[in-house]
Write a protein that binds this ligand. Structure first.
Ligand SMILES: *[C@@H]1O[C@H](CO)[C@@H](O)[C@H](O)[C@H]1NC(C)=O
Ligand SMILES: *[C@@H]1O[C@H](CO)[C@@H](O)[C@H](O)[C@H]1NC(C)=O
Length: 245
């Protein structure tokens, strides 16, 4: 028992120290996608517009957790948005958007379109107007490698029920974000969240989240945690609380 406790606190300590190191340097992106369709050249009008746009997003996003905009005209116009997770503080939101702007340029140099995701935010830009449309292209999945220790069917059903409810909720609130939890036999609770990018209408948000919930079996059935993450919406569930209070 004592041994277990010590092992646990050591693990916790490692977790905390790696967290501190990460936040001191900068957060690690979850994933990114470069559009790889067209490149811009150094000092081109597109590059200037993109830099201006990223600067605007940095100012616009932290106060509400969401920012969108465009910069320039015609062929050289850059469109973009950034969205922070619904529970993230103004300060952490700003830090995430800054990290995202720096990192997306490094990962997709000269690319006229790209998207990057972190735990705390996402940032996307493109050379065509994608605002207000569901992003059906950029998507990835994450899951906990551990299988659930109870009947997976019951667990999946509970998870689906929770996330469907949260999707409904998110699509009807101004912030387009909802969190919640549900009890399940064998675990304390399942914790979940659903969020849309606020350029979508309520109906589109609902559709985006419903599609994400329908994809859960593809990645995450019977797993202790999972995420379906897209350019317009995302869902996540875990058997531990993962949001800020
Ligand atoms: C864009 O540039 C990258 C290298 O920076 C290159 O690998 C890629 O093929 C280029 N894409 C196009 C469409 O020219
Ligand atoms: C989870 O279950 C699957 C299928 O039942 C199995 O292949 C896999 O090895 C299990 N994973 C772990 C971590 O136990």
């Amino acid at each position: 028992m004592a041994f277990t406790d010590r092992a646990f606190s050591l693990q916790l300590l490692l977790l905390i120290s790696s967290f501190l190191i990460q936040t001191a340097i900068s957060a690690t992106p979850l994933f990114s996608i470069c559009s790889n369709s067209h490149n811009f050249t150094a000092n081109s009008p597109y590059e200037k517009n993109l830099i201006k746009l990223l600067g605007e997003l940095y100012f616009k996003t932290p106060p509400t957790g969401f920012g969108l905009g465009s910069s320039g005209q015609g062929y050289d116009r850059a469109y973009g948005l950034s969205l922070c997770r619904g529970d993230v503080s103004t300060k952490d939101c700003g830090a995430c958007v800054v990290d995202a702007s720096d990192e997306i340029i490094k990962r997709c140099p000269n690319d006229r379109g790209a998207i990057i995701w972190y735990d705390n935010c996402l940032l996307k830009y493109a050379d065509s107007d994608f605002l207000g449309k569901i992003d059906g292209q950029n998507r990835f999945y994450m899951w906990n490698l551990q299988n659930v220790t109870i009947d997976p069917q019951e667990f999946n059903q509970r998870t689906r029920g929770l996330l469907s409810e949260l999707s409904e909720h998110a699509s009807k609130t101004g912030k387009m974000y909802a969190k919640g939890e549900v009890e399940v036999t064998g675990y304390e609770k399942i914790y979940g969240m659903a969020q849309c990018s606020r350029d979508l209408s309520g109906a589109e948000c609902k559709k985006c989240l419903d599609d994400a919930v329908n994809e859960l079996p593809r990645c995450c059935g019977g797993k202790q945690g999972g995420r379906v993450v897209g350019g317009s919406c995302n869902i996540r569930y875990e058997i531990y609380p993962f949001l800020n209070l």
